[in-house]
Design a protein around this ligand. Sequence first.
Ligand code: PLP
Length: 284
Amino acid sequence: MSRVAYVDGQYLPHHLAAVHIEDRGYQFADGVYEVMGVVGGSLLDEGPHLTRLARSLAELRIPAPMSMAALRIVMREVIRRNGVHDGIIYVQITRGVASRDHAFPKAAGPVLVVTSRRKRPADPRAVDDGVAVITIPDIRWQRCDIKSVALLPNVLGKQRAKEAGAFEAWQVDREGKVSEGTSTNAWIVTSDATVITRQADSAILNGVTRLAILDIVRREGYAFVERPFSVAEAKSAREAFLTSTVVDLLPVVTIDGDPVGNGQPGTLSGKLREYYLARAASAI
Ligand code: PLP
């Protein structure tokens, strides 16, 4: 089945799908996006993702290209046309096409792009053995709560991780606290089994997976605190893990080459991953 993309009102073969060279997303990164999971043909956590999308649009004063109800229909059509059963859907909205000028254009309308692809199965080694992270300075802007397509620092950070043989880079703020990964939220479990993740302030993206894990943590009665943690605290934690729509939950076993806990994936991380996958499966 050949891939189909939705671009500004049309369903097009993926290889022909294109936006204009003066799209403000291309020229200024003036746009927002969402990545949602598709599980058994259904969208996972569609509500929270669309709520976050609406918030990102409102924060940047980009008008919605269509109602959320209409967007839900387009997303389903893209999933259907691509025959995606388990995968992801990507939704991007930019401020539109206008001759290049920094201030908002008067005439442009927002441009919506929706694509979907099958998910690569999770690398069993990443799940079973855990992953390595490195730490890097957080050089991003002060509104990381907006899911904007301006991801250059994240791109550079992920590349640094890759070149260091690590899976992810944890970005560290000026106070020496971990903000988040380049495409994941960061978590630790302390020696007294308290789950810690940074509070959802403007320094991080409030991950939909983060919210789901927090719900599970609450439901299962684990102790948790939403607060920043330092790199030293993370290195001496009992467990560490990371979360996102794309990777679900992966245990972190080394930070900058230093083992976390006994250097093996943590028990609590494993349980939370199972609860999360069961929750996703039951949402079908
Ligand atoms: N933090 C950043 C910077 C991200 O880009 C992402 C996902 O793309 C996340 C966290 C995780 O968010 P979610 O769980 O909604 O996928």
